[in-house]
Design a binder for this molecule. Sequence first.
Ligand SMILES: C[S@@+](CC[C@H](N)C(=O)[O-])C[C@H]1O[C@@H](n2cnc3c(N)ncnc32)[C@H](O)[C@@H]1O
Length: 208
Amino acid sequence: MDKEYWKRIYQKQNEETLPSLFARSVTERLDVAGKRIIELGCGNGRDAIHFANHDAIVTAIDQCDNMIETLQYRFQRVETLQFECCDFTMLADGEPYDLVFSRFTLHSISEEQETNVLNWTIRNLKPGGHLCIEARGQKNEIYRIGQPVIDEPDAFILDGHYRRFINFNSFCKKLEHIGFNIEYAAEQKGFAPFNGDDETYMRIVASK
Ligand SMILES: C[S@@+](CC[C@H](N)C(=O)[O-])C[C@H]1O[C@@H](n2cnc3c(N)ncnc32)[C@H](O)[C@@H]1O
């Protein structure tokens, strides 16, 4: 979804390149050295690079071919950091991961796609592996702003861009129903201050 929107953003090359606070919190909480990590929707790769700098073995995927080609060229000699252009809602099962990381990507897909991603994750995580998610929930300041999406009550188009606002409590129950153990879950400000704004986001760390 919104592939052209993100391609235009990345063409401008003015987005943040430092690792997110979320990625930094993950490496403070978990020892990722030697661990297999997959990042769903890596954007300009800043968090994937952060995990690789912490000695993880990282596969980072995004739908934007322009960004992925740039990253593949830049990191072609780094065996532990692989970038792939694909749709993370349609991943095939394979060798299991220790950690699945999704920052600001779950709200860019439909609820049905979210269910597919969570089911794929539980099948493709090692026992004890972690799912780390940061996304827009219904306490986010722009919830219900924009044009409603037909048949998706919590999704809106704003500035030509799709966003679905996740119900935090229902989402936590859904994770538990699928088989995850929630280790940390919060919906609050302070997670992702950006350009002087400090919006409310949800952050969840769950294990299999
Ligand atoms: C808000 S950006 C977040 C980028 C990065 N995670 C970060 O926090 O800096 C969302 C990214 O998810 C990607 N994305 C959204 N839906 C996707 C999908 N179904 N498959 C692959 N990438 C997707 C977009 O192309 C975009 O790069």
